[in-house]
Design a protein around this ligand. Structure first.
Ligand SMILES: Nc1ncnc2c1ncn2[C@@H]1O[C@H](COP(=O)(O)OP(=O)(O)OP(=O)(O)O)[C@@H](O)[C@H]1O
Ligand SMILES: [Mg+2]
Length: 239
């Protein structure tokens, strides 16, 4: 396992947001985390990237427990988190945002430039706008930039929190196409949190459905697509 979460409990005040959660991701896998609003999806990602301190449990990444490891160190180890709502630097250009995201590889300038080139190849729309201020990008372009910035650190694990949020359907499909390519062509390990369950199950290999902080259902994405409980709760409407 690249990442294994064991018995993870996270509480805000007295209320448990995660209750003895167990999930795992193999190297090279594309895993989706589904669940209703408030199920604990964002809490799970924030715990993995070290933005939240769990009450108990283990977060084992490449064989070592990261629970006591600081967040910046976790990103150096290769855990990248694209949070809900993007978080890019609006007054910096697209190219500058990517450079800022490459802080862990910055010592090697040639590497920095080749990584930026790779990202511009993946997202040609960003290449066209490299000197444009990030604050003037459209929602879809800003989301691409947020993903590009996370990729600058050459992560071992890319975690994305609802990258489809606020995007028009066409752009959601475009974004998901990029994620599929990153997995297929670059072999990147991806943990995707999504409300657009149908689409997410199309591009992922395996999934977990969270309910009030525990795993309610898990299985291959193929099997989840046909699971009556998943269909009833998440796939009943087009999305
Ligand atoms: N900072 C906080 N303080 C108190 N409670 C919080 C805080 N953040 C989250 N919670 C609660 O923890 C639970 C899990 O929240 P979380 O954000 O992980 O859900 P989610 O699955 O990401 O939901 P959504 O789909 O709406 O983004 C919810 O009941 C939420 O109200
Ligand atoms: Mg959330």
């Amino acid at each position: 396992m690249l990442l294994e979460i064991k018995d993870l409990t996270v509480a805000y005040g007295g209320a448990k947001a995660l209750d003895n959660l167990h999930i795992g991701i193999e190297e090279g896998e594309f895993v989706v985390l589904l669940g209703a609003n408030g199920a604990g999806k964002t809490t799970t990602l924030r715990s993995i990237s070290g933005l939240l301190k769990p009450a108990s449990g283990e977060i084992i990444f490449e064989g070592r427990d990261l629970v006591k490891t600081q967040s910046f160190r976790r990103s150096e180890l290769g855990i990248a988190h694209v949070p809900e709502g993007r978080q890019i630097f609006p007054d910096h250009t697209v190219a500058e945002n990517l450079q800022l995201g490459g802080f862990t590889v910055r010592r090697d300038v040639a590497k920095l430039h080749s990584t930026i080139d790779e990202i511009f190849q993946l997202f040609p729309r960003l290449a066209e706008r490299r000197e444009q201020k990030a604050g003037t990008l459209s929602g879809g372009e800003a989301q691409m930039l947020a993903v590009g910035r996370a990729l600058m650190g050459q992560p071992r694990l890319l975690m994305l929190d609802e990258p489809s949020l606020g995007l028009a359907p066409r752009l959601v499909i475009e974004m998901f196409g990029y994620l599929k390519r990153l997995h297929k062509e670059k072999g990147l390990t991806i943990l995707l949190v999504e409300q657009q369950a149908r689409l997410a199950l199309q591009i992922s290999q395996r999934g977990y459905v969270l309910e009030r902080g525990v795993v309610a259902i898990s299985g291959t994405s193929e099997s989840l697509k046909d699971d009556p409980a998943v269909v009833a709760a998440y796939l009943g409407h087009a999305g």
